[in-house]
Structure formats: structure tokens, C-alpha cells
Design a protein around this ligand. Structure first.
Ligand SMILES: NC(=O)c1ccc[n+]([C@@H]2O[C@H](COP(=O)([O-])OP(=O)(O)OC[C@H]3O[C@@H](n4cnc5c(N)ncnc54)[C@H](O)[C@@H]3O)[C@@H](O)[C@H]2O)c1
Length: 342
């Protein structure tokens, strides 16, 4: 029997991209109940359409900053997964609210969970706490010099999580996922990620847009691997009190990513267009996930090539005209200057 068998779990941000995949994985692992708190700021109820057909799942559509919501939902919880967050681009136009959700809310949740006798707290941080790679691959001892308020607030949140373990012995693990991608990833608005944005552009017959020289790189991990990694961490006692990367262990430049999308689409006639670099854009992120592997035996399974082809197929067959999808994409530099679509 694993730790999650029969457990009652609470997932903040569970209607989001990674959170909804985590809920799916939790249901497969035999939990007794999953309570999701999500205000749908960037998440979507449809992400949980499948999960909500399962009687074990309850969605509380509310702001997790609301203390009454926590008072009502926390008692009886065995494991908390904290994923609620506001993203990098949000931090540029509303740094205070970004800090409130990514840092202050984490502190509040930790306090609530500890006082309610929660048995395990899994805090989802981000590789963005590192800033750009000073060496690669980046292990958990890599210095943390975040480049954005988002990265700074995520770092504050994880520092509070570690403090709860050190000062109170509260069984916390800090997880640092590297860039996740896959079904339900955001292409729209403020939350739009480079891969789905690029796919939507190419489906609509537009060239990929690349900020700067395109030689910035990321460690892209398929979201089902990210969710499985989080579960593997939760099921192990050896991970308590630790800070652990979850990545694929190889990085790809944005130029290469655009080339993979164009190859999958068979659009060898399209050439990426390069735009001004984005200020604060991290240059390189590449995970050293050997700690995760040594503590849990976990390894990712989905190749980038397969994952891109899957996401391309899903967006192509979404039933929505690519031009309408493209309308929802905000291609703009972080300086918030709108970028021409064509
Ligand atoms: N996507 C990635 O590549 C990536 C990489 C590293 C770390 N992460 C981390 O993983 C977690 C999930 O990210 P995601 O990519 O799924 O983002 P997401 O935006 O899809 O999910 C975040 C969820 O939190 C919800 N939320 C925001 N503020 C809330 C509040 N005050 N109360 C309740 N719910 C709130 C949103 O509605 C959304 O559903 C975040 O903590 C993020 O920092 C993501």
C-alpha cells in the first residue's frame, strides 16, 4: 500500500494545467477524496471535466487567500499539494498581487495545514527560482538568483515551506518542476506558454515568433511526467524536508523547439521571425534530476518529439478554428508592447 492509498488530499490550483493532471494521477493512485480549491483565475473548470465525474472529487471555486475557505476545507486532510499561483507575465504588471499569491498565500497555507494536523505538505515551486544557469545541469544546490518577481515570490514561498520543516518538523517537500508542457497547457493570454503559442501560430499559417536570438533553452518535461514525479516524491518518506528538481534532464533551444513544431506540421516553408529579446528572460534552464531518481527511482517517459506531436494533434483537432485560437494568443514582449500578428 502506498501513502496515497485512501488519503484525503487537498490540491490548490487543481483546475490549472499541472494541477488537473495531478488530480487525474491522484485518482489513479487510489486516494479517498480530492478537494480542489481554485478561483479559476487562470485555470479552467473543463480541465477537471473528466475528474469531476468521479464522486471522490470536489471543486471549491474560491480564492485560497480566503481564510474561511481554508478553515472549511483543511480539517481531515492528510496531504496538501500547493500549486495555486499567478505566472511570470502577471508578475510584470501586478507584482504585489503576484507576491500575495505566490509567497504570502504559501505561508498562510503552511500555517493552516500545520495547525490542522495535515500529515504531508507538497509545495510546488519552480525552476524559475534559479535564474539563468550558472552551470548545467542544475542541481538543487545551484544558486538562486531569480530574474522576475514571479521567481522571487516562488523562492520566498519555498523558503517558508522549508522553514516550516526546520522550525516545526512539519513534513514538507519543495518540488521544483522545470518547464512543463502537454495537454491543457496555456496558449491563451497572460499565461500562454511558448510551445502551445507556437503550435497555434503554425496551425493558423503564421510564422513562429522567437524573442531574441532563440538560443535561450529550457528543460521541457511532459506534464504527465511532472505529475508522476510529484506523486513519486509524495509516496517516499526520504523526500521529506528536501527540495527536489523535476525535469527531463535535457534542454532544447527555442530555435530548435520552433524547428520541431514546423517539422511536425510539415511546414518547411515557414521561417521563425526574431523579435527583441525579453528583459529578464532566463538564458538557460537544464535540470539535474538525479536526486529525484536516487530517492524515488522516478524517470520521465515521454520524449519531446512525441509530446510535441501529441499537443500539435490535440490543438489541430480541438474543433476550434486555428484563427480563433490565434485570437486568444497574446504575442507580446514582456515590455507589454503588442507584437504584430503576421
Ligand atoms: N507550467 C510550468 O511549466 C511550471 C513550471 C514550474 C513550476 N510550475 C508551478 O506549478 C504550479 C502550477 O502551474 P501551472 O502551469 O499549472 O499554472 P496554472 O496557471 O495553469 O495553474 C495555477 C492555478 O492556480 C489557480 N489560482 C491562482 N490564484 C489562485 C488563488 N488565489 N486561489 C485559488 N486558486 C488560484 C489558477 O486559477 C490556476 O488554476 C505553479 O505553482 C507553478 O509555479 C509550473
Amino acid at each position: 500500500m502506498n501513502r496515497l492509498d485512501g488519503a484525503r488530499v487537498l490540491v490548490t490550483g487543481g483546475a490549472g494545467f499541472i494541477g488537473s493532471h495531478l488530480v487525474d494521477a491522484l485518482l489513479r493512485s487510489g486516494v479517498a477524496a480530492v478537494t480542489v480549491i481554485d478561483d479559476l483565475a487562470t485555470g479552467h473548470r473543463e480541465n477537471l471535466d473528466g475528474a469531476l465525474t468521479d464522486a471522490r472529487v470536489r471543486l471549491i471555486e474560491a480564492d485560497a487567500r480566503d481564510v474561511d475557505v481554508l478553515d472549511d476545507s483543511m480539517p481531515g486532510t492528510d496531504v496538501v499539494f500547493h500549486l495555486a499561483c499567478l505566472g511570470v507575465r502577471h508578475s510584470l504588471h501586478d507584482p504585489r498581487e503576484n507576491h500575495e499569491v505566490n509567497a504570502t498565500l504559501t505561508l498562510e497555507l503552511l500555517e493552516h495545514a500545520r495547525r490542522s494536523g495535515v500529515g504531508r505538505f507538497v509545495h510546488i515551486s519552480s525552476s524559475e527560482v534559479y535564474g539563468t544557469a550558472l552551470y548545467a545541469p542544475m542541481d538543487e544546490r545551484h544558486p538562486t538568483f531569480p530574474e522576475t518577481v514571479y521567481g522571487g515570490a516562488k523562492l520566498a514561498g519555498e523558503a517558508y515551506a522549508r522553514a516550516a520543516f526546520r522550525t516545526h518538523g512539519f513534513p514538507v517537500t519543495v518540488v521544483r518542476p522545470f518547464n512543463a508542457y502537454g495537454p491543457r497547457s496555456h496558449f491563451e493570454g497572460d499565461s500562454g506558454e511558448v510551445l502551445p503559442r507556437t503550435i497555434v501560430r503554425v496551425l493558423a499559417g503564421e510564422t513562429p515568433l522567437v524573442y531574441g536570438d532563440g538560443e535561450q533553452s529550457r528543460d521541457f518535461t511532459h506534464v504527465t511526467d511532472t505529475a508522476r514525479g510529484i506523486l513519486a516524491i509524495t509516496e517516499s518518506d526520504a523526500t521529506i524536508g528536501r527540495t527536489i528538481n523535476v525535469g527531463s534532464g535535457s534542454d532544447v533551444t527555442i530555435n530548435d523547439l520552433a524547428a520541431i513544431v514546423l517539422a511536425v506540421a510539415g511546414r518547411h516553408d515557414l521561417e521563425p521571425v526574431h523579435l527583441e529579446p525579453r528583459p529578464g528572460d532566463v538564458r538557460r534552464l537544464l535540470a539535474d534530476s538525479s536526486l529525484l531518481h536516487s530517492l524515488t527511482g522516478f524517470t520521465p517517459t515521454v520524449s519531446l518529439q512525441d509530446g510535441v506531436a501529441e499537443l500539435y494533434g490535440l490543438l489541430r483537432d480541438s474543433g476550434t478554428d486555428p484563427a480563433a485560437l490565434l485570437e486568444q494568443v497574446e504575442d507580446r514582449n514582456w515590455l507589454l508592447q503588442a507584437v504584430r500578428r503576421g
